[in-house]
Design a protein. Structure first.
Length: 182
């Protein structure tokens, strides 16, 4: 290896380490709220969640204990607590998640080659996921182990990955939260 090669390898490593370490979301990157009055869950928001979220956040065992299939569920939040603060969209975890400005919390989850987000250990379990994300190697939590689904097997296996929201949709969710999340 020549000196130049060594330097570029080092530089590459440093860059990727920095990239991983910069986990704090940059709130200036949130798409602005759309200008629309009277935004409601039933009329405007549920259809968005239906397309991209309910596969994981509805029904019997919603991920993180968060149900998005009813207004009550959204307001109640997850096992960890509230995910929206009515009137304050920029402080609402759900808004930050769907804007996908931060890889760790992005929703729908980013597909990571070689590492599954919230793996077989049961996502949203006690404690934060370890830095780097993978929970592989931990015993599966019984409550999250789907019957008939091998622990550690590919998640879901049903259809294409859910669509990330567009800036327009994120803006609509912001408007909804800012107007009090009715
Ligand atoms: C492929 C499954 C999947 C889809 C689709 C999905 N989520 Fe999630 N979501 C999860 C998992 C798993 C967690 C648990 C936390 C983690 O992975 O770190 C989670 C956690 C969350 C949290 C954080 C809850 C907390 O307090 O920790 C929010 C908010 C959230 N999801 C919102 C959404 C929204 C809104 C959508 C649709 C745009 C969505 N999710 C789509 C799997 C999904």
């Amino acid at each position: 290896m020549t000196m130049t090669e060594k330097i570029s390898v080092l530089l590459g490593l440093t860059l990727s380490v920095c990239w991983v370490a910069s986990a704090t979301p940059d709130l200036t990157k949130l798409p602005p709220a759309v200008k629309k009055d009277g935004v409601t869950y039933a009329k405007d928001i549920r259809p968005i969640f239906e397309g991209s979220c309910l596969r994981c956040h509805g029904g019997e065992r919603p991920k993180a204990g968060l149900r998005l299939d009813s207004l009550d569920g959204v307001l109640k939040g997850s096992r960890e607590g509230k995910v929206i603060i009515p009137g304050q969209s920029e402080k609402s975890q759900l808004v930050i998640a769907v804007a996908r400005i931060d890889d760790e919390t992005a929703m729908p989850p980013k597909q990571r080659p070689g590492g599954r987000r919230g793996g077989p250990g049961g996502p949203g379990g006690p404690g934060d996921p370890p830095p780097g994300g993978s929970r592989d190697g931990q015993p599966p939590a019984p409550k999250d182990g789907a019957p008939g689904q091998p622990p550690g097997g590919p998640r879901g296996g049903m259809g294409p990955p859910p669509k990330p929201l567009t800036a327009e949709q994120v803006g609509l969710i912001r408007a909804w939260v800012d107007q009090g999340a009715k």
